[in-house]
Design a protein around this ligand. Sequence first.
Ligand code: ZN
Length: 461
Amino acid sequence: MRLMSASGFQVCLVVILLAAPIFVATGAPSGYLPVQSNIAQTESRSIILMIGDGMGYEHMSLAGLVEYNATGTLSFETLTWNASVITSSLDAEITDSAAAGTAIATGNKTNNNMIAVTPSGEPLETILEIAQKLNKSTGLVTTTMIQHATPAAFMTHVESRSDYSEITSQIVEQAGVDVLMGGGLQHFSQNQLNTMASNGYTLVTNRTALLDFTSGKILGLFADSYMDEERYRDYTATPSILEMTNKSIELLSQDEDGFFLMVEGGQIDFAGHDNDRIGVALETIEFDKAVALALEFVQDNPDTILIVTADHETGGMKVVGHNLDDVLPGSLMQESDRRSLRVERATNVTTTWSSTYHTATPVGLFCYGSVFESLPGDLLIDNTDIFTLMADYYAGEPLSVTDVSTSTTSTSSTTGDSTTTSTTSGSTTDGGTTDPNLILYASAGLGIVVLVAVVYVLRRR
Ligand SMILES: [Zn+2]
């Protein structure tokens, strides 16, 4: 039975022949073919984001000098992909932690003092909330208060960062974060603590109880206000940022759907405000040790990425010289001995300061994960791009970053899945973003053309 007249067939053929090159040129609907496989592959993806509050490049230099000597670098400075980050907020060149936290958490600039809302107060969806929608477990860890600007920007929506009552209320009533650790106990009423308990949280207030906790939702509140600064921390009573990070990863990684964890070294900033080089060194070194632990986990778990950055620089600090003998004792077993040595070494580093507040100096971004391997490094990006990187990763999309110094957007040639990396070798530098599926689409289009031509020839016989 003839399905169409000869002339109808010929018209149809012409249409197909004309359409095929357009199909090849424009590509199939974006990502059409790989999407199905990516959904399965991205289900368990996890992100560990670590923010050194107020940690500029010079803060890192100081800590590296003190801990590892003149040629030493912190562990996260060796991560595979890096960029510099512009930190300005919507209404000021010099940001505060609320606006910077909002930019990183939501991909949107807002005014200083505002927590994950637009300047008119509209809530902005955070990467933590996206993770929750994907059924992932979530955690927030800080050495300040859990209500402080940086952690708050990931789980609450408040017009003023100092409205701790509203922030605490949103943590209890709405946030649903599985793992919370830091200070800030004084802002919880007994009723709110009861509500948390009835929602399945275990309240933990000291180091021993934290180390003994093995599964479930946890509200770790280790101080009424900020946690003790590292210089004066009681090793037996108060967990370090390293111990809190370790426990958080242990708890969150039990979720086979993956997780989101943000860890803040929050008191690097406080030491910067005080122009206190000893405090900067001790807080940054401890943060670095937590990063090293997270890096080990990420290296063992390829469906996890690690992102280390700062929200802004504090103090305008510069390392201008040192009087270190560059010989570190081989083995100091006691934590307290190591701390004393660090204090002594930091005292022998000379620093200058230009401010007792934040500055507009760009900060570092250091990332680890196979998905970063095809991105060009050493870019200057905006802090909102940190959110974009994380959101793209969860979505199974290639990562995109824009170099603001050249307005050039680069896109990774892979989505980070080992099963797809072998099919892609396209260069992605300097604006040329090669769609890895283009060859596939071109082949499909060419196949259609050949098929139609064969049918046409056969029918004419
Ligand atoms: Zn600050």
